[in-house]
Write a protein of this length. Sequence first.
Lengths: 349, 349, 614, 614
Amino acid sequence: MASTATSPAPPRKVNRIGLEIHAYKGNRSTLCAGCGHNAISERIIEAFYELGIEPYRVAKLSGIGCSSKSPAYFLGTSCGFNAVHGRMPSIATGTMLANRTLLALGVSGDGDTASIGIGQFVHLMRRNLPVIYIIEDNGVYGLTKGQFSATADIGSKLKTGVVNDLPPIDTCALAIQLGATYVARSFSGDKRQLLALLEGAIAHHGTSMLDVISPCVTFNDHEGSTKSYSYVKDHDEPLADISFVPFFQDITVDYAPGTATEITLHDGSRVILKKLGEDYDPTNKVEALRVLTQAHDKGEVVTGLFYVDTKRESFLDLLNVVDEPLATLPESRVRPPKTALDEIMEDLK
Amino acid sequence: MASTATSPAPPRKVNRIGLEIHAYKGNRSTLCAGCGHNAISERIIEAFYELGIEPYRVAKLSGIGCSSKSPAYFLGTSCGFNAVHGRMPSIATGTMLANRTLLALGVSGDGDTASIGIGQFVHLMRRNLPVIYIIEDNGVYGLTKGQFSATADIGSKLKTGVVNDLPPIDTCALAIQLGATYVARSFSGDKRQLLALLEGAIAHHGTSMLDVISPCVTFNDHEGSTKSYSYVKDHDEPLADISFVPFFQDITVDYAPGTATEITLHDGSRVILKKLGEDYDPTNKVEALRVLTQAHDKGEVVTGLFYVDTKRESFLDLLNVVDEPLATLPESRVRPPKTALDEIMEDLK
Amino acid sequence: MATTHVAAQEAEASVEPQQVVNDLSIQVATVNGSGSQTANMVLLRAIFQMGIPVSGKNLFPSNIAGLPTWFTIRASKQGYIARRKEVDFLVAMNPETADEDVRDIRPGSAVVYDERLNLNRLRKDLVFYPVPFDQLVAPVCPDAKLRKLVRNMIYDGVVAKLLGVEMEEIHKALQKQFRKKAKAAELNWNAAKAGYEFAEKKLPKADRFYLTRMDATRGKIIIDGNAAAALGAMFAGVTVVTWYPITPSSSLCETLIEYMKRYRIDPETKKATFAIVQAEDELAAIGMVLGAGWAGARAMTSTSGPGISLMSEFVGLGYYAEIPGVIFDIQRVGPSTGLPTRTSQGDVLSTAFLSHGDTRHPMLFPASVEECFSMAIAAFDLAEELQTPVFVMSDLDLGMNNWMADPFAYPEKPIARGKVLSKEDLERLGAFERYRDVDGDGVGYRTLPGTDHPAAGYFTRGSGHNAKAIYSERPHDYTDNMDRLARKFETARLRVPAPDIREAAGREVGIIAYGTSHWAVVEALDQLRQEHELDISYCRLRAFPFNEVVRDFVRRHRRVYVVDQNRDAQMCQLLRLDMDAQDVKKLRSILHYNGLPLDARSVTDSIVAQEEER
Amino acid sequence: MATTHVAAQEAEASVEPQQVVNDLSIQVATVNGSGSQTANMVLLRAIFQMGIPVSGKNLFPSNIAGLPTWFTIRASKQGYIARRKEVDFLVAMNPETADEDVRDIRPGSAVVYDERLNLNRLRKDLVFYPVPFDQLVAPVCPDAKLRKLVRNMIYDGVVAKLLGVEMEEIHKALQKQFRKKAKAAELNWNAAKAGYEFAEKKLPKADRFYLTRMDATRGKIIIDGNAAAALGAMFAGVTVVTWYPITPSSSLCETLIEYMKRYRIDPETKKATFAIVQAEDELAAIGMVLGAGWAGARAMTSTSGPGISLMSEFVGLGYYAEIPGVIFDIQRVGPSTGLPTRTSQGDVLSTAFLSHGDTRHPMLFPASVEECFSMAIAAFDLAEELQTPVFVMSDLDLGMNNWMADPFAYPEKPIARGKVLSKEDLERLGAFERYRDVDGDGVGYRTLPGTDHPAAGYFTRGSGHNAKAIYSERPHDYTDNMDRLARKFETARLRVPAPDIREAAGREVGIIAYGTSHWAVVEALDQLRQEHELDISYCRLRAFPFNEVVRDFVRRHRRVYVVDQNRDAQMCQLLRLDMDAQDVKKLRSILHYNGLPLDARSVTDSIVAQEEER
Ligand SMILES: Cc1ncc(C[n+]2csc(CCOP(=O)(O)OP(=O)(O)O)c2C)c(N)n1
Ligand SMILES: Cc1ncc(C[n+]2csc(CCOP(=O)(O)OP(=O)(O)O)c2C)c(N)n1
Ligand code: SF4
Ligand code: SF4
Ligand SMILES: [Mg+2]
Ligand SMILES: [Mg+2]
């Protein structure tokens, strides 16, 4: 029965660039068991695996918080930068300026973004820098033990009994108003929707802003908060079910034709929206803001792709930088010749 | 002909509290001749004079910029605080926390607010702190000699030839979305509208945000900018003409009845809106955002009172602080008695 | 399970057979989020209630649940409450670190552990007490979900039996901990008892550590430094509090909220005589403090290093525009993505000169929870008397750990609000000049906005003004103003709390320390006297700028060791800048910067080594 | 209009009848926004073109138009280009300050003024030249709106005639100033001529000041420090530039934009080999620099004090996370609402220790426009070689004023990009450890994101990691890392530019200065030698941390004067921290902090006074 011959290993499951899912994983998470952020990390792993993105091309950027720690838990071979609180956008901007061939994936929390970081958030959205900006949104400061952030719902109550009486900031409405070109909201537990939105964001050329409701099981899983798991499960009102069709695959998604809006992204890939109940057009900014404002006033959570604009030029296009990474241009291309200095000196005489 | 008897001085013109307009003036302006900011200072002087506000009750707060210098040029006997760049909102918040009986008048620039200061702006609006927040908006950094601010129009050109290619931030739309309860836009040259809006703001109880287009004659008076004097004169599209009726005066304004929307402010005073062309209801947030978003996309300047909400509680109400200024509560009310310390110590044993 | 005496690896760690009574460290190794804090506090309190001096230090990770954490209880009949490096009694609950935990302790120590971990395989020179936690917990806690929590109370019972902690005191401590939650108290009490009974039956005493009742804690309280500072602020009459959450500072304001809700609500109107605002960030928090201070409130914020950095620009404005405000800096290891849950005295130098331009700021350095209380009060008085931002430099060790202390004394002096002119003053004086140095102390008179007098108003800005607060760019107005500010800082030198000095006979060697280093230093001074016959003078700094007394201390000693819990000898550097030039060479540094609280042995060893090298 | 000799008020100001040739200061008093800058630059250039060493200093208010402003041109045959306190030739165009301007100057000086101001009523000991500007301007400038501007060129003509500036040089300078704007040049030229002709006819020379051609400026350039730094950055190969406008730093990046658009556009694709971004504030500017530096770009920002303060937290992260970046600090008087248009060296101390925690940063101190250029290049190399933020500490005087200089030398050394591992390196090595001190210099090897190798990726955070860049809170990993960072700072000590030393024979007295103080110091050294027979050694600091050479300098002198343009003796304090303890007592301070550039006489007087006091 004992055989010295090794039986051939079963064929490994790989993606289009020949990598196993393992290549997209990171360190073991040190977040709480059940934390929404972990589910998001899993979807990120899947999305990059499915699209077959080389991990070395990705730069993971974050601020500070439980959410901002999570980049250590996916894409372990990508470079990552866990910066300071609320300032991921500027780090992301610098990174993309230095090397436009990178795929910047920014991960932030609602405190990191909507409280201390709202200034940099506003200006990043305005620039439409090519970056995926994920807010892992739980309405609280997880890492500092559960104080309210600026996305906490009015009336929600901390374990300590403190009640929030300020209205939440709607980061999606802001992003749309400010100029982001791919703006969506999802829920960490909605595997299908989140994955599709992530894949769309990866393929989008410009700022993709994903606000992902991501329950903090330790500090915000209580009644009254829309960011708790139970609340979201009950009130989640999917606006549109989106399926992503990567451009390197055949279209295999099944959706009801005739009810679809198809959007072509910069790289040729397309996002298809399935209409749910109403005829939602994600290219209409005014309508997007209406939906969000009304939902906001009603305290409802609407999910889906609210707005997409594939035409607006990205910040890097506006800056007209060369196609190669600025970071590694050779000396000959970044130090003008002696004749240039001579000319300048002559002019100053 | 020569007479030693002094003829009785002509009766001085005074306001309802017996003060002459002079009492509302400040130092001579050191801004450029023709600067829109000077016109705004004049309207501020008029508004406080007309409403008969005691100058000592006013706290003038500002950031840094030509605009932020202007508080030195009105209400000379009021206290003023010219703070640091972009942080007037926090100074204003602290001031009002310390003394809720003050009338806080914050003056900022578009650079001071929309660039470096957007974070504090967002959170001030969200809190609905009782403060008048005036943006003297010229689309440029005046004091540092004319670089673009974040409200500069797309396509506008500096004297140096640099062209702005980022969309302007619409501070009114933001303020509405974030929770400010009195949001308007005007033009420094429109005496009547600006005065009425200012008087409404003074009477309003909550955050009043006035974005006043205020041309910089030195650095931004050129074609292509909506903040230049000529552009505004041509494109100004008054949304609604408002007249303010102070509660201590008889209603004397003439307006066409039947076309008016009347809003009662916290102190009992009312703002009356004259409809112009369309039936504009400033209590409808969704509609306000629609108007602004569409105007924004068209690059149009709409002026008037966009949104007002007289019901939302102010931040000080939410905090439930005593009516007297916290600043000057006597020791007996701020240092608990020895028995309190004893009780606490006992509990810690 | 038997103790095996082996040849000691290190001389001082040699195992002696005598009983060690009321002098030991217990270390409990768990994972955070497992609810062990309650069990640890109950154990600490029970020992305290037995009249034995204790201290407790929590070493926790920068995460919420699942990573290793250690709680160390030191009981010391001599009253030493500094951290001690050596562990005598280990409770090993965390499988992940258990091996290493066991490896690190001294021969002769004892280990209580979950029997499934088989730790006794690791060493022969320790006393091992295996406990079948799962078996014990099931009967006392039918709800399986709660068992993880309740397990911890079992080790309390085991330790109580093994060390001699009285079960009545455990019971009392449990009651105190759970207050009105009778059911939870009951559940935990049963668990503790189960542990106790198991140990009684199955774990014969084999180590040499004992706790027995003494009478050294009567009337004392247990409190952490942040709560003490919060109380200080409340009794200082603080009216405006702004904050942004950050470890290890958050609990200061969170505790303050609790106390203020209880003791600072107007009895008639039921309204608050204070405003506490969670700001959007630290820039806003300090801005609100300055706005409030300018408008006359007693205003404060609390933060840690990253927040201090963000406040730089505004604090400079506060210095130049002369606005009172109190800033608590609960120091931790920098930077943000550093070791936010580890202690440090790393902000001393940068805070002294915080902000661009010629700026410098008074700092107070509490060493104890009493001083957290009293210096909070002093800081508000100083800030208003000097019209400038004042820093209270605490640290994680002081702020977040529990400390034994005498009850705090009710403030004797009335609140000192500095030179503020009222409407009546102005009527008498007719006018005032905001920045005139009328009294020669560098401090001008101010008015508050809202003062009903036409001369009250003035315009506040940075340094661009003359004595009348009128805009000026004249060179002389500027230098006059700067010279007055320098004079004001000399006034600060006289007004800040003086150092605490214990003079040795010889006056040969001195030691200077501040903040939490104090506890290690006093113990080290005893060690040096007892073990090395070195009698050393001690100057405990309580504030910056330094009084003349500090210069005198350095003048009259030959060598002065300065203890810093940072890498760069930050306080030593400040002293170097301020001491007489010829005395600078007397200064030597003792540095400790691994994120753990300082221990006496490190100080002793460093001094002995440097004295020998000399 | 006649000169009246009166008894001199001060000894050294006594009026002598001899001619003074090529050694004078011209001060033009105008209001800002009146367009006098062009006239002033033309006058400066014309004198320069006559081969006479010149310097020009603009004293302007923090406003855009309407407030007083003064431009001072110093011509010095000895080549002194520091500010001189005394004015010899006043052009009084501003009615608001004219009286005071006239009152302040020395007896025997000359005043050109608008005749309507009647300034000759004020003093009898000056030479007065009244000019009917309105009368003269009308015929040369028919467009009334432009007359305010063109008036200024008239005083150029008047001054040219009176002092002997050659009109051809005025013409040449005008051409250069207006470049292609022929019409404007023509208009201004006519105005200058009108002034010249008026003076020729109506203003007989009555003062003793003359300018005559010499040959001391041949081949030299005129440039301001910000433009020079911009050129340095461009030739350093900067690729990412972020900035936020602030006086006096804005022109650095604004000039850089101009140059980069010209010299750094890819000839084939017409695309930019750089990105320049006006950030929303300084926090974003430094964040972008760190993001870009991390990703491998040569990244920089430029700011002034308030910006430096705002960057504190991020700079600390840069230190700990070891990210290159260059920060230009064009220092001004603090705080924001201070005197933003006045010069200062006030950020030295706070920048050295910027950010909470144990942080310290290399700083370079350019003294000249040449050094603005060369140190910009050095800063980029240092930042990448040391993997840390590096500061270039310029000031308003250097950055915004025009300075004469030799043409800049093209960099000899190739760009040094530090220890970066490529894909090929990794293939060879197999793996790498980001924070391992392989070379013993404290600097590890890094990879850039986007490197196509599975071992290239690593996770960057502050101090919470081990040598492999793996998350760690272990005390030893932390101290190891901190010790390596300290080692790296010792490496910086060796790598930064060495001081420039001129040794006096006696080695009794030394002077230490840095930055723009240099020009006053070299002149003061001459004064001290000539007037007081004091021969003093001079050590010009060029960087922090200080090399051993600086310590040696202090060691071998008895008394060392440290010149600081700030109140708090900031560089002297840094030296106090770093010199041998027994040498600290040698250090004395010379302080200058009124917002004006330092002058030689102040230095001389201060040294003489302190030497006498001794
Ligand atoms: C300048 C600064 N202030 C405060 C902190 C403390 N801090 C760390 S994480 C955090 C909040 C994180 O909240 P969020 O972004 O919502 O992330 P979550 O933990 O909820 O995922 C705060 C306030 C810090 N690190 N830096
Ligand atoms: C922290 C900081 N950064 C930069 C500056 C320089 N600064 C002064 S005013 C100003 C812009 C002002 O623009 P805006 O607010 O639009 O006012 P305006 O002058 O146009 O009225 C800037 C950038 C500063 N004072 N502080
Ligand atoms: S505390 Fe909340 S946000 Fe943080 S890891 Fe735990 S569940 Fe997630
Ligand atoms: S520069 Fe512009 S904003 Fe400033 S004072 Fe002049 S006109 Fe007004
Ligand atoms: Mg959160
Ligand atoms: Mg502006």
